[in-house]
Write a protein that binds this ligand. Structure first.
Ligand SMILES: NC(=O)c1ccc[n+]([C@@H]2O[C@H](COP(=O)([O-])OP(=O)(O)OC[C@H]3O[C@@H](n4cnc5c(N)ncnc54)[C@H](OP(=O)(O)O)[C@@H]3O)[C@@H](O)[C@H]2O)c1
Length: 274
């Protein structure tokens, strides 16, 4: 019997997570569960922007709160009937402290550096490890068994030196940790048919630089200049719609059998990051 696929998307309140929720729920066969920090606000947004989507469910949990995540897993199992086909670990913190300066300059504020790195690590790595462990019983009961972490090409050891990307050090370090966690989960669970992989959505316009000063924008333009040289077809940040479409396509094509388990790839499904 055809079974309707179920999805959990973390960080579904805005940005890429909201776009995953929007695109995936456009197929009424999909049961789509958005995990968010403030349920009422996202429910209002769904009511306003996607009013007819009865296949959308919103569940509340701050992913840094283990007990809340555990309750969320129970609530999701109630909605789906026990299993889960896709888990998209999209929620993440993007540090603004490290966005414009190299790591040596961040070092002039050692306490803030430590606080920000710890925060990035807690949200982007530790919380996702808890998320994966708590949802694994559901995934093992699911038919499709795919766990996708939304990572960043900023963590690629290939392009940091090639393009000399100095900024976003703390964020990148945390995404590298996430990629390794994903590979370790894959090492354990691929034999049970679970695909774990990390996918970068590309550079996406979700409003991260709206408050940047002119001086900060100059630094960013330098990085964009390096991006243009690296990828002549790159035209700057893309809208979430295009990025999410690409990520879904990579996720759909990937499988344990084709050797994708534990990999870290771009929205093209390879090591071309832009
Ligand atoms: N935008 C890009 O160019 C880009 C590039 C590469 C990778 N990524 C990755 O893609 C993902 C989404 O990025 P985005 O640009 O859409 O970011 P965003 O607009 O800043 O949204 C972040 C999302 O994560 C949620 N979140 C943050 N901390 C959380 C926590 N402790 N518990 C639960 N939810 C939490 C936020 O919820 P609230 O609304 O409650 O704050 C929000 O829904 C992130 O993992 C990011 O690192 C983005």
């Amino acid at each position: 019997m055809f079974k309707m696929p179920s999805y959990v998307i973390t960080g579904a309140s805005r940005g890429l997570g909201w776009e995953f929720l929007r695109q995936i729920s456009s197929d009424s066969n999909n049961t789509v569960i958005g995990l968010v920090r403030r349920k009422s606000a996202t429910e209002e947004k769904v009511k306003g922007e996607l009013p007819d989507r009865t296949n959308i469910h919103i569940v509340e949990a701050d992913i840094t709160d283990y007990a809340a995540l555990k309750n969320a897993a129970v609530e999701v199992a109630t909605i789906t009937g026990g299993g889960l086909d896709y888990l998209i670990a999209n929620a993440g913190v993007v540090s603004h402290f490290d966005a414009y300066d190299p790591i040596g300059v961040l070092g002039h504020q050692p306490e803030t550096l430590e606080e920000e790195l710890t925060e990035c690590f807690k949200v982007n790595v530790v919380s996702n490890i808890h998320l994966f462990n708590l949802f694994m019983p559901l995934i093992l009961k699911g038919g499709i068994k795919k766990v996708i972490a939304i990572s960043s090409g900023q963590a690629s050891l290939d392009i940091i030196p090639k393009l000399g990307i100095e900024v976003a050090a703390l964020y990148s370090i945390s995404k590298a940790g996430l990629n390794t966690a994903v590979a370790k989960f894959s090492a354990q669970y691929a034999k049970e048919g679970v695909l774990f992989m990390s996918i970068c959505p590309g550079m996406v316009e979700t409003g991260h630089f709206v408050d940047a000063t002119e001086e900060q924008m100059q630094g960013l333009r330098a990085m964009l200049g390096a991006f243009f040289e690296y990828a002549p077809n790159f035209r700057g940040p893309v809208p979430p719609g295009a990025a999410v479409k690409d990520v879904i396509s990579v996720m759909e094509k990937a499988s344990v059998n084709t050797g994708d388990g534990g990999s870290f790839v771009s929205h093209y499904g390879n090591q071309q990051w832009l």
